[in-house]
Design a protein around this ligand. Structure first.
Ligand code: P6P
Length: 337
């Protein structure tokens, strides 16, 4: 029997869970459709004339790839007319994007990193789209940045689309995590892994080790103990992976466990971290927690951080529950670790 489609899954969730209503179902389906278009654009590679730099920069001060801009536009256009959103916010745009007045507005706010890891595009390594859904506060018709500044615990849904050897949509609406694989022949996402669970323990860590000399002392000790392996306090050997695309690393962790860390280091301390809170760290933390994992800033639960501005950055420790707790303990009580 064919695995069920994303639409059937969402209709069944709508029947079971009050928080999954028709508007949220439409939102997720619209985002999924946009991700299919992004996957097609990526798949053309050099033949599509869309590789390389756009010649513009974004609010992060980063040079934009052509596909950053294209992916952002695909998501904005797809979400403009459905009547499910009040506004969008994107890594690629300085300010929130209000739904044009010609269209009806809805009750949700959508935040996204349209193409995470885009530095990997030109070398054909997996990239992804990350999205987060918040409720627009009651009575607010024209939301501004303020309405987006909600802690991650307020998310009603989150997900990512991983553009790898196959295109996968990973989704949570607060009732576990489900993985859908794009059937390119019929253009439908099919449920291929229901209720994904992250192993609580792991022997695999993901970090950009080239930043080692910039790490804080607890981070230095934690990683040194991982590298000491069986000869050190951890008493077992560890393996390291670093994709350079958060979506790639997080999906590996969702699949076989692991811990992903982008800590506060001397290079990024002034900015508050490397990764963005609202449309990278929060949605990934929601997914990881819903799959039985954990997500902290190294010192406290990540989804409880109260955002102060739209593009705020945050240190990220997420993945296998016990390993995240261990890494966090090094920071909270160095002697006890
Ligand atoms: P670095 C990609 O730019 C990104 O935002 C994440 O997807 C990725 O995990 C991280 O930055 C990579 O950072 O410093 O290793 O290039």
């Amino acid at each position: 029997m064919q695995p069920i489609s994303l639409t059937q899954h969402l209709i069944e969730e709508q029947r079971r869970h009050a928080n999954v209503n028709a508007e949220l179902r439409l939102l997720v389906e619209v985002v999924a459709r946009a991700c299919k278009r992004i996957s097609i654009a990526l798949g053309k590679g050099a033949l599509g004339g869309v590789l390389g730099e756009a010649g513009t920069g974004n609010v992060q001060g980063e040079a934009q790839k052509k596909l950053d801009v294209i992916s952002n536009e695909i998501l904005l256009e797809a979400n403009a007319w459905g009547g499910h959103l009040a506004a969008c916010a994107s890594e690629e745009m300085a300010d929130p994007y209000p739904i044009p007045d010609v269209y009806p507005k809805g009750n949700y706010l959508l935040l996204f990193d349209p193409l995470d890891g885009s530095s990997n595009i030109d070398v054909n390594i997996s990239v992804g789209t990350i999205f987060s859904v918040l409720r627009c506060p009651e009575g607010v018709v024209n939301p501004t940045e303020k309405e987006f500044l909600q802690p991650g615990t307020q998310q009603v849904a989150a997900g990512y689309c991983a553009y790898g050897p196959n295109t996968l949509l990973v989704l949570t609406t607060g009732h576990g995590v489900n993985v859908f694989t794009l059937d390119r022949e019929i253009g439908s996402f099919r449920l291929t892994r229901a209720n994904a669970i992250i192993p609580e323990d792991t022997s695999e860590f993901a970090i950009n080790a080239s930043n080692q000399r910039f790490w804080e002392p607890p981070m230095q000790r934690y990683v040194a103990d991982l590298l000491a392996g069986a000869t050190g306090p951890r008493g077992r050997d560890f393996n390291m992976r670093w994709v350079g695309s958060m979506v790639g690393d997080v999906h590996r962790i969702l699949t076989r466990g692991g811990v992903f860390i982008y800590p506060l280091d001397a290079k990024v301390k002034a900015k508050g971290g490397r990764l963005r809170l609202l449309y990278e760290a929060n949605p990934m933390s929601f997914i990881v927690e819903q799959a039985g994992g954990a997500a902290t800033t190294g010192r406290s639960r990540l989804m409880e951080v109260q955002p102060e501005h739209l593009h705020q950055r945050v240190p990220v420790f997420l993945g296998s529950k016990h390993e995240v707790e261990t890494a966090t303990r090094y920071h909270l009580d160095p002697a006890a670790a």
